[in-house]
Write a protein of this length. Sequence first.
Length: 191
Amino acid sequence: MDLISREDENRAREITLEYLNFLDDSGGDKVYMQKCEDMIKENGSRIIINLNELRKKLPQRVNGLLRNFVPEILCLQQAMKDYVSRLDPEYGKIRDFNVGFEGSFGDRHVNPRTLKSQFLGSMVCCEGIVTKCSALRPKVVRSVHYCPATKKTFERRYTDLTSYDAFPCSTVLQRHVLAKTYFYRQYMILL
């Protein structure tokens, strides 16, 4: 069992390194280097990757993204965090980074009528017009609390089965009472 997890870890490191080499295009046309620098200047946390460009350099990674999305996106986000940390170490520490995609999705480009269960676990591009929507419930993803006794701030992350992270949030009880803070909370809206 331990051997399998080591193999998975090594494979994830290899995939992350491939994505890191793709993002670090300083020897080539510097498209993603410029996008990351612009993201840092604009205090953003997301870049858009063109699947067609990725397909030219790493076709196996595009197949992985389209067919086995969750492990691939975790490696890509880790590679992006590593690359941004190289460009600006302070900025890389305080942010989580996301990736958007554009380009050709092939048979994964669907509309609401052709969206089927066979696409579960894979990435799709779904185009359509929303005519009716149920109530949206924002979900707290991250909050910051202040402890008056220790005069320190405490960050808490919340995860569930809709998160990419495999680990549920901690149920460890604090020794000191935390003051509720309303100045910083990060929400995610689920459709």
